[in-house]
Every structure is written in C-alpha cells, then in structure tokens.
Design a protein around this ligand. Sequence first.
Ligand code: MEV
Length: 312
Amino acid sequence: MAHTIQKAPGKIILFGEHAVVYGQPAIAVPIPQRFATVTIEPIIRGDHPTHIIAPDIDLDQHLSDLPDNHPFVLICKLVKDHGNLHHLPAMNIQISSTLPVASGLGSGAAVSVALARALCTFLGVSHSNADISGMAYEVEKIHHGNPSGIDNTVIAFQKGILFQKQHPIQWLSLEHELDFLIVNSGEKKSTKIMVDMVAEQLQNSPERYQSIIEQIGSLTLQAKSDLESADIPELGKAMHQNHLLLQQLGVSTPTLDKLVEIAMKNGAAGAKLSGAGGGGNMLILPNTEKIYSVQNALLHAGFTNIIQVSIH
Ligand code: MEV
C-alpha cells in the first residue's frame, strides 16, 4: 500500500441555502482555493494501531480511542464496509485544512470527502464520486441532523451544481467566467443551530416561513439562467433579493447586513450571506470594473479575509 494524498475543495452556496433543506433547489460551486488534505502512510513494522493526527483540531490519537460516532471513525467504518474488508491495516492518517470551520465554506464535508477518498485509494477500494458523497453525507448527519446533501455533493463531484433533494443533479454550464468575492464576517455559528432555528420558526409560523422558502426556491431557478448567461445585473439583483429573504428567515446578522451594504454602496451588482448564516462568509458579485473599489471598501471597514473566486 503506497503513501496516498488526497485533497477536497471547500464550497460556496450561491442561491437557496436553508430552502434546500425543505426540498427547494439550491446552487453551489466548489472553491479550489481553500481545501482539506488527507495523507495516509502505511505502518510497516511492529504492532501499531492506526493513528490519526489533525493539528487544526488538536487531535493526535489512536483511531480505536475515538468514540464510535466520531466523524473520522464513521468514515473509516463506511470505507471498510464499502470495500467488504474484514479489518483496516495499521496506518498513519494526517488531516489538515485551509478552510475556516463553522463559516459556511463546507470545512466538515471537505475533510470527510478527502478522508473517504484517501482511504479508498490507499486500500484499493473502488469508488465513484457518488459513493464518496454518500459517505460524507452520513457524517453531515452527525454534524447537523438534517442536512440537505448539497455540501457533500458539490465537494465530492467538484463541479458547480443545481441541487434539489430527490432529483438528479443538474450541472451548471456557464457561458462566461464570473468573478466573485467571498468575505469572512469573523463571526462563527454552527450550521446545526441555524438549521434547527429555521425548523423551529417553520413549526411556529408555517404559512409565513413556508412562503419565504418557496420564494427562495423560485428565485434560485430564475437565477440559474442569469448565472449561465452571465447576466450580471439580473444575477446581482437576485442575490440581493435572496439575502433579504434569508434576513426574513432570521439567519442574517447585523455584521452580514453591514457587509452587504458596504458591497452594494461601492459598486457591487449583488451581495448575500452564504451558507447557514448567523455569521460565516458572504458572497459578493462585483461589477467587473468596480472589483477593486469593493475590495478597498471592505478592507477599509476592517474585513481583511477576502477570497476572489472565478466560476466557470
Ligand atoms: C449549509 O451549507 C447549507 C444549509 O442549507 C444546510 C443544508 O443544506 O444542509 C444551511
């Protein structure tokens, strides 16, 4: 068994977060600039158990000492079952990530995908993108109970998608490359808390919240064609509208609203929170000639954690 290294990108949701949990469509793309990396080396001699090191989360332990419901233990079990293996050989597994946690960029799903793919490759277990996505989905359930499946899908397939539960995946096909900015608000919130909060609102006022969710779904479908034809003004408008609907769902924060305002005042075509909200990252579509003025205004306001991504 040879030394194996696998990487998996982060993701950003362009339209439809939260509504996607309730069966509406959502659009997401991978972000190759930020990724999780998993390296596996065989342990050749001696009676060593499998060891996992993940410095980002201060983990340096034998696999057998972790609880059964630990995400890494679950991925190892799923790969073992998928390959019909009786046991796993001793190995050293090293996990690292350049993705910030709890900030809407899919850090958990990226680690699961990289780990599942590295284990399958290392152990010679044949696997498809759908197999890897399915394994990462099982971990998503531990992380936040009721995941839609969009994060593990876009990360495992590494392609832009329109995702809707119980429907075949639609791949995005863009006529022109589009540049976006992703800005970290500096606030962190767990996806589980935000998803649970929306579920509670929906239970308390079903009519009001169901209507917001359906409006997000229609907007997402309309935005798919604006995205594919690179209609920047219409796409920007749809992003801003999506942000306002997410505000009504109660998942925005004053900082996210302020970021949207700064972006819009300085020449962005559109801006919105992205992912579960409650903090995390937001997404800006700058008018091409205004990209530096938007970036400067954000830096000036103290938001220095900015990634530029090209979607094609
Ligand atoms: C999280 O990246 C996106 C949410 O819609 C949750 C989900 O789809 O599982 C908030």
